[in-house]
Design a protein around this ligand. Structure first.
Ligand SMILES: NC(=O)c1ccc[n+]([C@@H]2O[C@H](COP(=O)([O-])OP(=O)(O)OC[C@H]3O[C@@H](n4cnc5c(N)ncnc54)[C@H](O)[C@@H]3O)[C@@H](O)[C@H]2O)c1
Ligand SMILES: [Zn+2]
Length: 242
């Protein structure tokens, strides 16, 4: 039986699926990930490594360069959901998928129509002025280049930077979802970012499916591993589900 058939069978027999994803879910929407060959870490366009530029210390000490990097590299105003996001909407609508836990900050799962999405690392879609706390859309964030037009202070993205703690309530919901599901699909993530990656270890269900182009430190735990583009795989695996 090929991988797609195996995946179809698992999806058919599952009733409580959780999807845990990362930047690789959005590369087919033309948003670069961090660690692939064409990923942001390998582009060397800036004088500091991306990981450092996305840290709280860097945000505090080098605001101008942070915003230059953030506005150019992390905001993708015109990105649209791809077949991976759409297949996950279908799985939720037929009642099999209960929760999406994402490390992504692009909001594409919600744009596609997924309802129960836990954003571990926040979202570029939400931004607030650091002084007057006004809300700004992503489009305005770009238009004003990260500066509040009312009080001229910086507009801070609701994104978890390196060194920041994760939101406790979201962590608890994510842990609960992983502990209760029968099938966990992990996709498009190198599983290198902690603590997010650690949560996979809490899975006690039957099927751990890994869909990732490259191998990950968790491959040996998986019931099924597919090293193929996640959009194509999820689209094919869900085409006859109803
Ligand atoms: N779209 C976004 O919101 C976005 C983009 C870049 C980085 N990030 C942030 O970067 C951090 C990086 O960790 P990460 O593990 O998510 O990303 P990562 O860059 O470390 O890993 C991405 C993984 O996805 C795989 N991949 C790429 N395209 C794929 C595809 N089409 N199908 C299957 N696999 C594919 C790669 O082989 C790689 O292992 C996250 O915390 C996230 O917040 C988010
Ligand atoms: Zn303001």
């Amino acid at each position: 039986m090929n991988e797609i058939e195996q995946l179809k069978q698992i999806l058919n027999s599952s009733s409580n699926i959780v999807f845990f994803g990362g930047a690789g879910v959005s590369t087919e929407s033309n948003i670069p990930d961090f660690r692939s060959e064409k990923g942001i870490y390998n582009q060397n366009k800036y004088p500091y490594p991306a990981e450092e530029m996305l840290s709280r210390t860097f945000f505090i000490n080098h605001k101008k360069m942070f915003y230059d990097f953030y506005l150019h590299e992390m905001i993708h105003l015109h990105a649209k959901p791809n077949p991976a996001h759409i297949a996950l909407v279908k799985l939720e609508q037929i009642g099999k998928l209960k929760t999406i836990i994402t490390q992504n900050i692009d909001g594409l799962h919600q744009m596609a129509g997924s309802k129960h999405v836990l954003e571990l690392h926040g979202s570029t879609k939400r931004n607030h002025c650091m002084k007057c706390h006004r809300f700004y859309h992503e489009k305005e964030m770009l238009e004003y280049q990260g500066i509040c037009p009312i009080c001229h202070d910086y507009i801070e993205p609701d994104v978890v930077l390196y060194e920041d703690p994760l939101d406790e309530d979201i962590i608890q919901q994510a842990i609960h979802a992983i502990q209760c599901c029968d099938t966990l699909i992990v996709g498009g993530t190198s599983l290198n970012v902690y603590p997010a990656a650690m949560y996979i270890r809490l899975f006690r269900g039957k099927n751990l499916i890994l869909i990732n182009l490259s191998s990950t430190p968790y491959d040996q735990l998986a019931t099924l591993i597919i090293h193929q583009p996640i959009g194509q795989i999820l689209e094919k695996a869900t085409e006859d589900l109803s």
